[in-house]
Ligand binder design. Structure first.
Ligand code: CP
Ligand code: NVA
Length: 310
């Protein structure tokens, strides 16, 4: 049966750990090519721009011996040029898998329902599972173990935050989320992740105070204040988030060996100062960006390679 990755919830706790393990092996193997995806064609159906997701998937698919076809917004124009269902059914006749970046999560759900092939969420308004798995891998790479660490996420409670919620709760990492009022993560996602957290003994705390979130934290994480597709709300958002910047003052109360993470792209001077993002003693943003490649390969092998599922 085909497996999709719409959110980290689609994976059991053990499967998350399996993907992390496979990522470690692939990273050690560096860029050497293999045959995991030999003869397979993967479509990248992107309705929004991308640097890391597109390039890491394209390079990863090539290194695994597969072929990749990029389908940008102009080619497919999901739901406008033709219905999402017709796109999905047609692509299922040509391809072996789809990585989709859409505006609404509902579009990915619709694609998945009508596709006969695995669909991987390459970012929707609700989730960014490929980023979330990479983040957990990057934390493990730095700290060696996961349980008992505390992540402070400061910013908008949307896609990246939701995937961190799922990733942390499934691997035993404590998460404190500081958002302005009205930008909290979705209640249904928080309560669902609290049930995962019970099993791993992770704690999840929501606050409106960045200081409270960051105090003693091992990892500080931020994302943009204005996500793709929210450009019209820029003015309001920049004002609402102005006290949520990661800066030299705020990090003083974090653990002295804290690491700073950002999914990128970053808006320097908004959610984070250049001083924090460029501080190589703490900031691991480019290791994190590199790890997108290794993690994407592990996800592809996990979902698509017959060698892996045999
Ligand atoms: N972090 C991330 O998904 O980056 P891109 O939007 O550049 O793909
Ligand atoms: N929240 C951001 C993440 C970009 C990787 C956005 O959706 O634009």
């Amino acid at each position: 049966m085909k497996r999709d990755l719409l959110s980290i919830k689609d994976l059991s706790n053990e499967e998350v750990l399996d993907i992390l393990k496979l990522t470690t092996q692939l990273k050690e193997y560096k860029g050497r090519s293999s045959d995991y995806l030999k003869g397979l064609n993967i479509g990248l159906l992107f309705q929004k721009p991308s640097n890391r997701t597109r390039v890491s998937f394209e390079v990863g698919i090539s290194q695994l011996g597969g072929n990749c076809i990029y389908l940008g917004p102009k080619e497919i124009n999901l739901g406008v040029r033709e219905s999402t269902t017709d796109v999905s059914k047609t692509l299922s006749r040509y391809l072996n898998g789809i990585v989709a970046r859409t505006h609404t999560h509902q579009d990915i759900v619709q694609l998945t329902k009508s596709a006969d092939i695995p669909v991987i969420n390459g970012l929707s308004d609700l989730y960014h599972p490929c980023q979330g798995l990479t983040d957990i891998f990057s934390i493990k790479e730095k700290f060696k173990s996961l349980k008992g660490l505390t992540v402070a996420y400061v910013g908008d409670g949307n896609n990246v935050c939701h995937s961190l919620l799922q990733g942390c709760s499934k691997t035993g990492i404590n998460l404190r989320i500081a958002t302005p009022k009205g930008y909290e993560p979705k209640k249904s996602i928080v309560s669902e992740t609290k049930t995962f957290a019970k099993e791993t003994k992770a704690t999840i705390k929501l606050t409106n105070s960045p200081k409270e979130a960051v105090k003693g934290a091992n990892i500080i994480y931020s994302d943009v204040w204005v996500s793709m597709g929210q450009e019209e709300e820029s003015q309001k958002r920049l004002k609402d988030f102005e006290n949520y910047q990661i800066n030299e003052e705020l990090v003083k109360t974090a653990d002295k060996d804290y690491i700073y993470m950002h999914c990128l792209p970053a808006h320097r001077g908004q959610e984070v100062t250049s001083g924090i993002i460029d501080n190589i003693k703490h900031s691991i943003i480019f290791d994190q960006a590199e790890n997108r490649l290794h993690t994407q390969k592990a996800i592809l092998i996990f979902l698509l390679s017959s060698e892996h599922s045999d």
